[in-house]
Design a protein around this ligand. Structure first.
Ligand code: FAD
Ligand code: SF4
Length: 331
């Protein structure tokens, strides 16, 4: 690992000024360090200044904001999973946080770091593979091991967005608040971009922009489900986050966002439309609506199993959202 200095700013504005400080060749924000330090150890990034945002005092990690939930950028996944406010108003987000990684990771990882972590593609994570995303000429996943890669929206790079929290925030509706640029907030869906709109990065933040907090709209009927090869220390093969309104026992409106299937959190409007009028306890109707999820999918050579797994994850998330089934943590 290279040598670097550490700064501990007291405000997000100070953090932003450090990112723009011309005395450093590569100043980088560090939160829990779960993603950044991995990449530094692998030699993928060599910052000469780490700006540790955990020193920023931002009041309560999680608070009420006129009905919405305000979550500080440095709130940990463990805090989000445990917070009563989140569990009541945005259960999909609490379930997404509880499901990610391991207890050790969840105790250190922050919401901003989770949204802005770099992809897990094993060719990207290995310094010996000079792939497209690192300025090379080849996507090694196309002919290589692509079982965790994209089935939607891929090409020329086929990563999946690695965050559990991003699809949950899309399903609930959230704003990401920032400082250091020319705007105060970004809708969560506009935070990310596909590889064809910039292959070397995954998000739309300007170089000196710092996430200060996230506000989440109340979505008390929301749920999240991830399918993994193993339940801990693993990344999902597919995941789904769903928010519904139910009237007279049937779904009146739904927001459905899939994860681990595309380079960005992937809204599924056909499923949203098909879910309208479905009674969440009617298994056959629910399955038929969720099967529409993969109509436009383009699996790679090794990940066709995602076509079977995704509708199952969505159906489970709908059942959790509608209260037909209870989340594991609540049992
Ligand atoms: C074994 C294992 C399993 C995992 N499984 C999952 C999983 O199932 N689901 C999942 O979602 N994640 C999973 N993860 C990833 C983990 O959740 C992330 O690495 C973690 O959330 C990153 O958060 P952090 O605070 O440590 O970020 P850091 O590593 O500190 O930062 C990550 C990035 O965010 C930027 N950043 C941080 N804070 C800000 C800010 N305020 N403003 C702007 N930029 C900022 C940093 O500059 C950096 O580029 C797993 C990790 C491990 C090790
Ligand atoms: S999927 Fe993207 S990150 Fe992975 S090898 Fe291909 S270009 Fe690189």
């Amino acid at each position: 690992m290279n040598r670097f200095a550490i700064a501990r700013p007291r405000t997000a504005e100070e953090a932003s000024a450090l990112l723009a400080d011309g005395r450093f060749a590569l100043p980088v924000l560090k939160a829990g360090g779960m993603d950044l330090l991995d990449r530094m150890k692998e030699g993928l990034v060599e910052p000469d200044l780490l700006v540790d945002v955990r020193s920023i005092g931002s009041g309560d990690a999680i608070a009420d904001a006129g009905g919405a939930v305000r979550i500080a950028a440095t709130a940990t996944l463990a805090e989000i999973a445990a917070a009563r406010l989140v569990r009541e108003r945005a259960p999909a987000l609490a379930q997404a946080a509880a499901d990610a990684a391991t207890p050790q990771v969840r105790n250190a990882a922050t919401i901003a770091g989770n949204l802005l972590q770099r992809p897990r593609c094993w060719y990207f994570r290995n310094a010996q593979f000079d792939c497209l995303k690192k300025g090379g000429h080849t996507c090694f996943a196309v002919e290589g091991d692509n079982r965790y890669h994209a089935i939607f929206g891929g090409g020329p790079c086929h990563i999946v967005h690695p965050s559990n929290l991003a699809p949950a925030l899309v399903a609930c509706g959230a704003l990401v608040h920032v400082t250091g640029g020319d705007r105060a907030s970004i809708p969560i869906e506009a935070l990310f971009h596909a590889p064809d709109r910039g292959i070397t990065s995954e998000h739309e933040l300007a170089p000196a922009e710092v996430v200060t907090h996230v506000t989440v709209e109340p979505a008390p009927r929301s749920g999240f489900h991830a399918v993994k090869a193993k339940q801990s220390f693993d990344w999902p093969l597919v995941l789904a986050a769903v928010a519904v309104t139910v009237e007279g026992g049937a779904i009146a409106a739904a927001r459905v966002c899939a994860g681990a299937v595309a380079p960005v959190p992937w809204r599924l409007p056909r499923v949203e439309a098909a879910l309208r009028g479905v009674r969440p306890d009617d298994d056959a109707a629910l399955r038929a609506a969720c099967s529409r999820a993969t109509e436009s999918a383009r699996p790679m050579t090794g990940n066709a199993c995602k076509l079977d797994l995704l509708p199952v994850a969505i159906a489970r998330a709908v059942r959790l959202a509608a209260g037909v089934e209870r989340a594991e943590a609540d049992r």
